[in-house]
Design a protein around this ligand. Structure first.
Ligand code: DGT
Ligand code: CA
Ligand code: CA
Length: 574
């Protein structure tokens, strides 16, 4: 799993470096291959073992050999030599508004190869003096830089969770541990995770730690002791393992799950109630007697709180809610009846044939799946036109005739134009079961204009769901500047759902805004925005995100039965 990521990363970096060199079309070949490898559902090392690398679409002999070298040695000579030639930190290229041409220019003229140097040159005003840059471009680069800096050292949950789970299973399989769980941000299911925290008990701590440090995925042992050890894996992920005593497992879980803000608040409460709280237990201040430690739930219980699901532990009112017995009954994966944002191969950037979408939905036991292809002008030619909508609807109808227990919804992801209008006529929109509308251009409008634009979309009687409402892309661009109060209340009034886009690079709405939406009584809709078959798995991430946003089943469209969903979609306000 992680090896695949490493291959994808290297292929993309090669493309970046070749672009900086000004090489033609080769970069595109590497990028295409990277995309294909990224969307494989089969294990890459198995494909390699079977000698079938060249069967991967867009992978020819040359790239196949390179992939093999990465799988064998975890590095690639060709990549290393390119990096020598062009010493630019790949992170620099992630800065929005700094394409390969500009990156090359600031490297050649100002010697900038890293984020730090870029920041210095922005501050000294040297960037704006370069040909083709100017104050506006300086400002944009500065914004882009902030975003890349913020995501530095963070990993997406979608990458970390499978890798960490595999590692935890291997530890467990050794038979040396009695019990192992995730703690930290991973247990809280944050969409970006710094390091992985694993916590457990073991009879022979030394032996257990020796095993951990000798895992073949371990690239470097950062520290090693009998209660805590840290390693860096070959894929660059840092993992902290803590072994604690059985009698303090619960309080250690509580402490190391965090968040730090939640812990500070909890400790304050404990003190005000006459207790002392740390990772070893909850103690009565006066007598020193330990009243909880073995079980996490008891730590909360003794403080007169109900147990707080880890996703809520961010100091956003969860402790008061736990005290008042007002915690939400969070949505669970089993409550979900379908995916409301998927692209078939009718979208030019989509790759999933309709039959495959059907199969995937059936495998997951969905009652419905919305096929929401792009409309024509979403910056991508080859989307649905008004004429295409008729064909799309009849294709979906035809597919539904053979289906039992699952229905496809004929949908579209229409494009929001600069003035808030859509790129399909009302006549087309009304033929569809579900209409998503999303912004794919003009991301930088000032607050007032952007708010007016989005309200226009919400007011459109045909729009059911506002797709990826903030437009953010992790590590690339921030969300729109919007008047959220207005937006939430109008969405509620018009029964327009706001999307929880589960695609890892979007995670949009984010948890804080989801929570506010829930408080305002707005409906939310989880969609994976699948373009490749393995993207359908993102649904799970969408549920974690919804839980972090305090969503109960009733807040989501995805928990409705097909019948109720249809009537919600058809009701005049829906
Ligand atoms: P990350 O790794 O940056 O995604 O975020 P976390 O939350 O996993 O943070 P991490 O790995 O540094 O520590 C795990 C948990 O341990 C953290 O959520 C709360 C607890 N913790 C660690 N250091 C401290 C501390 O100095 N004070 C308090 N109150 N809690 C701490
Ligand atoms: Ca952590
Ligand atoms: Ca840690």
């Amino acid at each position: 799993m992680q090896q695949r990521k490493r291959v994808v990363e290297i292929l993309n970096e090669i493309a970046d470096l070749l672009e900086i060199k000004g090489v033609d079309y080769k970069p595109r070949a590497y990028r295409r291959a990277a995309r294909e490898v990224d969307s494989l559902t089969e294990d890459l090392s198995k494909i390699y073992k079977d000698g079938a690398l060249e069967d991967i679409p867009s992978v020819g002999k040359n790239i196949a050999e390179k992939i093999a070298e990465i799988l064998d040695t975890n590095r690639l000579e060709y990549h290393e030599s390119l990096k020598q030639e062009i010493p630019i930190d790949p992170l620099l290229l992630r800065v929005r508004n700094l394409g390969p041409k500009k990156a090359r220019k600031i490297w050649e003229e100002l010697g900038v190869t890293s984020l730090e140097e870029l920041e210095k040159k922005l501050e000294s005003g040297e960037i704006r003096k370069l040909d083709g840059f100017g104050p506006k471009s300086e400002e944009n680069i500065r914004k882009g830089l902030e975003i890349v800096k913020k995501s530095q050292g963070k990993n997406q949950l979608s990458d970390v969770l499978p890798a960490a789970t595999e590692l935890k299973n291997r530890l467990m399989d050794s038979g040396l541990f009695d019990d192992l769980s995730f703690a930290g941000s991973l247990r809280r299911r944050k969409y970006e995770v710094g390091d992985v925290d694993i916590l457990g008990t073991a009879e022979d701590r030394e032996e257990a730690m020796d095993f951990f440090a000798s895992l073949d995925t371990c690239d470097e042992v950062l520290s090693k002791g009998s209660t805590k050890s840290s390693i860096r894996t070959r894929e660059g992920l840092r993992v902290d393992l803590r072994i604690v005593g059985v009698d303090s497992l619960g309080s250690a879980m509580q402490y190391f799950t965090g968040s730090q803000e939640h812990n500070v608040r909890l400790r304050e409460l404990a003190i005000s109630e006459g207790y002392k709280l740390n990772e070893y237990g909850l103690y009565e201040e006066s007598s020193g007697e330990k009243v909880a430690g073995e079980e996490e739930e008891m730590v909360y219980r003794e403080l007169d709180l109900s147990w707080i699901p880890p996703e809520l532990r961010e100091d956003r009112g969860e402790i008061k809610a736990a005290r008042d017995d007002q915690l939400p009954q969070l949505v669970e994966i089993d409550d979900i009846k379908g995916d409301l944002h998927c692209h078939s191969d009718e979208s030019s950037d989509g790759q999933i044939p309709l039959e495959v979408l059907v199969k995937q939905a059936q495998n997951r036991g969905y009652s419905y799946l919305a096929v929401t292809d792009h409309a024509e002008t979403s910056g991508i030619v080859g989307g649905l036109t008004d004429k295409g909508v008729d064909e799309h609807v009849s294709r979906i109808e035809k597919a539904n005739r053979d289906l039992d227990g699952l229905k496809l919804l004929a949908g579209v992801e229409a494009n929001v134009q600069k003035d808030g209008s859509l790129d399909l006529t009302d006549n087309s929109l009304q033929k569809l079961d579900i209409v998503l509308a999303g912004v794919h251009s003009h991301f930088d409008l000032p607050r007032e204009a952007m708010t007016r634009r989005i309200l226009e979309v919400i007011d459109n009687e045909y729009v059911d769901v506002l797709a990826h409402p903030t437009g953010r892309k992790l590590g690339e661009r921030g969300g729109f500047d919007l008047d959220w109060e207005k937006l939430f209340s109008r969405a509620r009034e018009t029964s327009t759902a706001l999307e929880i886009n589960a695609s890892p690079s979007r995670t949009d709405l984010e948890d804080k805004l989801i929570k506010r939406g829930v408080e305002e009584g707005v409906k939310l809709s989880i969609g994976t925005d699948s373009h490749r078959v393995n993207h359908l798995d993102f649904l799970e991430l969408g549920v974690y995100l919804a839980r972090r946003g305090w969503c109960e089943p009733g807040d989501l469209l995805n928990t409705l039965s097909l019948k109720d969903l249809r009537s919600w979609l058809q009701s005049p306000a829906g």
